[in-house]
Design a protein around this ligand. Structure first.
Ligand code: HEC
Ligand code: HEC
Length: 352
């Protein structure tokens, strides 16, 4: 695009010539825009249409079965809890409680992260103990604090009692129609791989620089300048690495967490993994309060300040926080035209 390059060059020359001229000021703003976009797009990417990959292909029939299973309460001990109970899809995939309640009101030790976009993370759970969404499914089904089923066989038996699954499994697995546990995990995983939330942020990252307001751009710029984005990076603004929570101080002093949680060290038993957690995705974060692994912080403004204190050793001004929160809201402004077709189904996403 030589014309485009030439234009950029002219703007550059003009803006170098006279900084007082008002025409040049607009051009400068435009130039800053290009620079900001360049910087942002080295770390952040638009979401893919789905999180399917070679090892985990998805079909419409698998997604349909997985969706049914996601809302299925019959696969919890007392038939009252489904995946959607703690990860409601009509509420950004979270229940907005510090700690979720499973069968019989049992509480676990951690806050429910969203299932939207989660399939893209490098691993699942706050400590990454499940390698992908398929492996993750076993956790909640058999966890006594969640769906509390006693065995994999019991889960399969419950589904065999419901005639609709005979059809759904036959459609999703025409060659071998048996209901099995690995297929349940694969189908729920396939459904989760379709749960993407393309938004105004993706319009921007795909090159429509007019899709962010000036304040939102300020927020993005500040997150880049302060150094938030190297940790919260990739298409999900997080979920791509593990980091210590509290590089400059003990996290509990700031979050006022009631219980101490050593994070990844609980899984690996390595001292170097003390207080290490998966960096969470910031997609939709304005809607997913409360914050941190134990839901100990209620509002986003406080969470952002705590991040600056604990991870960057600095204190942000009120204006900085406002701008950052404005930028973080952009990803919750869903586009609703996902090619996976899923966002168009949101009317059906309410619990049955
Ligand atoms: C009782 C509430 C509850 C139920 C029911 C539940 N979950 Fe979760 N889910 C959680 C909590 C809490 C975590 C975080 C646990 C941790 O990291 O140690 C979690 C984590 C996850 C994650 C990891 C996301 C990430 O960012 O790492 C996925 C994916 C997920 N759940 C999917 C499901 C699916 C699928 C089902 C149904 C089979 C389900 N959950 C049922 C509470 C629940
Ligand atoms: C060194 C890496 C690192 C840096 C830098 C960093 N974060 Fe984080 N962030 C994390 C980790 C790790 C967590 C999870 C902590 C926990 O809950 O255990 C987190 C959590 C968060 C959360 C809570 C998300 C949720 O769903 O609970 C927000 C919001 C956040 N960060 C925003 C920011 C902002 C804004 C900045 C810059 C001011 C920033 N982070 C800088 C690593 C980082």
């Amino acid at each position: 695009m030589p014309k485009y390059v030439l234009l950029l060059f002219i703007i550059l020359v003009l803006s170098c010539q006279d900084k007082q001229n008002s025409f040049v000021t607009t051009s400068e703003a435009h130039l800053d825009d290009e620079v900001l976009y360049e910087m942002a797009s080295t770390y952040l990417f638009a979401l893919p249409h789905t999180a399917a990959d070679e090892a985990h292909p998805i079909t419409d029939d698998l997604v349909k079965l997985g969706k049914e299973l996601y809302f299925e309460k019959a696969i919890s001990l007392d038939k009252t809890v489904s995946c959607n109970t703690c990860h409601p899809l009509d509420n950004y995939g979270v229940d907005n409680k510090p700690l979720s309640e499973g069968v019989g009101g049992a509480k676990g030790a951690r806050n429910s992260p969203s299932t939207y976009n989660a399939a893209l993370h490098l691993a699942q759970f706050w400590d990454g103990r499940a390698k992908d969404v398929e492996a993750q499914v076993e956790g909640p089904l058999l966890n006594p604090d969640e769906m509390a089923m006693l065995s994999k066989e019991a889960v399969v038996q419950r589904l065999k009692q419901l005639p609709k699954y005979k059809t759904l499994f036959a459609e999703a697995y025409p060659k071998n129609t048996q209901i099995t546990y690995p297929k349940i995990a694969q189908a729920i995983g396939a459904f989760e791989r379709s749960l993407m939330t393309p938004s105004r942020l993706d319009d921007y990252l795909e090159g429509d620089l007019s899709s962010l307001s000036i304040q939102e751009k300020q927020g993005l710029k500040k997150m880049l300048d302060f150094g938030c984005i190297p940790c919260h990076s990739g298409s999900t603004m997080g979920g791509v690495m593990y980091q210590k929570f509290g590089l400059f101080d003990e996290y509990q002093r700031f979050t006022k967490s009631e219980n101490y949680d050593a994070g990844k060290m609980l899984v690996t038993e390595l001292p170097g993994d003390k207080d290490v957690f998966k960096v969470p995705s910031l997609r939709n974060v304005t809607q997913t309060a409360p914050y941190f692994h134990d839901g100990s912080v209620e509002n986003l403004e406080d969470a952002v300040q705590i991040m600056a204190n604990l991870q960057l050793g600095r204190t942000l001004s009120e204006q900085d926080i406002k701008d950052i929160v404005a930028f973080l809201g952009v990803s919750a402004d869903w586009r609703g035209d996902s090619e996976s077709g899923f966002l168009n189904l949101d009317k059906q996403m309410t619990e049955k």
